[in-house]
Design a binder for this molecule. Structure first.
Ligand SMILES: C[S@@+](CC[C@H](N)C(=O)[O-])C[C@H]1O[C@@H](n2cnc3c(N)ncnc32)[C@H](O)[C@@H]1O
Length: 258
């Protein structure tokens, strides 16, 4: 099982939240699905509760699971401020056993791409299968592996934006990336320049990050052999049909009878 040495960046929840605002089409997609499936709902790899909290505000009984304690600390504070109750669990979802089932399970923010090898991916899907009601729905998205994009700009330094981190440092971030076609893995190295008052005092910190890509037919087979059928596939959260150049593969799955 490839271990998780690529998740360090998620410990800075201030940076994560400032760089990853919830978009209206994302929220509408998940609220629509929740209205059709009902609760309770399990948010796998929930992070700081970007979707968990808005769904709790809609009145759904929510459970959020994440492996990184800092994300759950931030999520708890946000839920308290929003006046909603959520069950937060710190766990590796590949080995989760909650002894209960959910009407809807989702994982978003492209978290699906953090499960890098077959053992990890099967661990994730086993957890979903064991916790999903027989008539429940499982949904997730993963970036569309457009080969021309994956192959371009390898090892070229690019701008990744500026932000203020959890310690109040100004951060200028750049990245280099490359794609390993054999393993469908995209490797990033972020270089973050950190300073408080004077940029000439900046220190540089490197941060690795890895994403697994799934090709559409591979995804369909992989879901099938792990107990799911793909009921709907969209190219984005606006429910546009999936095309070769769609940004995302948004999957709505059901358990299949084994
Ligand atoms: C891109 S963030 C998405 C967070 C949230 N779902 C969102 O949409 O903002 C990916 C999250 O996956 C979590 N994660 C990765 N591997 C995990 C695992 N094995 N078990 C639980 N959480 C995991 C990370 O800690 C991180 O919070």
């Amino acid at each position: 099982m490839i271990d998780f040495d690529n998740l360090e960046g998620y410990r800075d929840t201030v940076a994560y939240d400032s760089l990853n605002k919830l978009k209206e089409i994302e929220e509408r997609f998940f609220v629509d699905l929740a209205q059709r499936s009902g609760g309770p709902i399990l948010d796998i790899a929930c992070g700081t509760g970007r979707l968990t909290i808005p769904l709790a505000k809609q009145g759904y009984e929510m459970t959020g699971v994440d492996i990184i304690p800092e994300t759950l600390e931030a999520a708890k504070k946000k839920a308290l401020n929003a006046g909603v109750a959520v069950r937060w669990i710190q766990a590796d979802v590949r080995q989760l056993e909650l002894q209960r089932r959910y009407k809807m399970i989702f994982t978003t923010g492209n978290s699906f791409q953090h499960f890098l090898d077959r053992e990890s991916q099967e661990g994730l899907l086993r957890t979903v299968y064991n916790h999903l009601e027989d008539d429940g729905v499982f949904t997730f998205e993963t970036r569309n592996p457009i080969l021309s994009r994956l192959a371009e700009d390898n090892e070229i330094v690019k701008d990744a934006g500026t932000y203020v981190d959890k310690d109040g440092n100004n951060v200028k971030s750049t990245y280099k990336r490359s794609y390993d076609h054999k393993n469908h893995l995209e490797y990033y190295t972020f270089t973050n320049r950190l300073w408080k008052e004077d940029e000439s005092d900046a220190v540089e910190v490197e941060e690795p990050f890895v994403l697994r890509y799934f090709f559409p037919q591979e995804l369909e087979s992989f879901l099938y052999y792990n107990g799911f059928t793909l009921e709907q596939v969209f190219g984005n959260f606006d429910k546009s049909s999936f095309q070769a150049d769609s940004p995302l593969i948004v999957c709505v799955c059901r358990k299949r009878s084994l």
